[in-house]
Design a protein around this ligand. Sequence first.
Ligand code: PMP
Length: 399
Amino acid sequence: MSLFANVPLAPRDPILGLNEAYAADPRSNKVNLGVGVYYDDNGKIPLLACVREAETAMAANPKPRGYQPIEGPAHYTTAVQHLLFGPQSPLLAEKRVVTAQGLGGTGALRIGADLLKRIVPDASVYISAPSWENHRGIFEAAGFSVREYRYFDAQTGGVDFAGMIADLEAAPAHSIIVLHACCHNPTGADLTEAQWQTVVEVCRAKALVPFLDMAYQGFAEGIDADAVAVRRFCDAGIPVLISSSFSKNFSLYGERVGALSIVTTTADEAARVLSQLKRVIRTNYSNPPTHGAALVATVLADSALRQQWETELAGMRDRIRAMRQGLRARLEAAVPGRDFTFVTAQRGMFSYTGLTPEQVERLQRDFGIYAVRSGRICVAALNSHNLDTVADAIAAVLR
Ligand code: PMP
């Protein structure tokens, strides 16, 4: 009998299935809002001008491709730290932060999870209800049991903060709490700075281990404003892990460029943590790839390219905001008496619309508008050409 005769078929990724159905749909006015990618106003994934310029310069002066350090090159990891903590952060001067390049945000989460499994093997991991679906998978794959804390309030389209705090307070000491630093995926509902401060206090009081997932820095308010959660945890002096991704804010999805940063209490602790993290990486993929990190480091180190990046990032952020405002205005006009303020209050690429699975199905069947069954839509897939079609269709299934 074949070794593989009894291998069961793993469940299909629901979003992949959605993409296939969308591709097979012959309607010319179809719209795919199920994606997790930023598209420009022409429905294309942008190649940022700053990236193109850095790439052109690199191609004109090609370098040999030796192995990188296990944790990635220092000019890259330092640039990541400056984005997260600010270049003047005393944590950096005190050498209390460990940063390693990761394979995208996903890879950074995974090496963080594998490291934590060595340090707190019996801890449980808490993720938001709901959360990015891979959070559960990543931490379960690392051997943790994964639970949920209350997060989204379907009544308001915002955060059930009282429920969240109650669940965090009930979590056993050393539980790992996965938090979306900004632009919560899938709901778009974020905490205020005052709410972050309360979460920091609970984590400190209950000896919880915060793990911030920063997949959208710059997509909500700005580079520094979006780091508010990171900075409040650092001010409190408690250990925190942070995964960064440059997939969205550099539009470098396929380059798989991200990083894991760990804030420790002393430089000596940082050195020991780094030594363990390097073991995790070494036995996993040995050392990280060169190209994507070189692009990011080049852009961030050059003042003109950096400025260009900030302008292009602001352009993506502003375009998403304009789509939110446009969608809200159209829905308010078409469905009077219903509250759509959540559309503009939510931040980042996604919105939990409150559409039921039946309404999502009708959107797809009757209008060729594809969304995730949960009612999540990708606001970054809206554009000036499809906004009216989408708003009309959503209004029709809501009426
Ligand atoms: N975390 C969250 C919350 C995300 O939304 C994503 C991307 N969809 C990731 C992590 C993974 O990012 P990357 O593609 O860089 O692995």
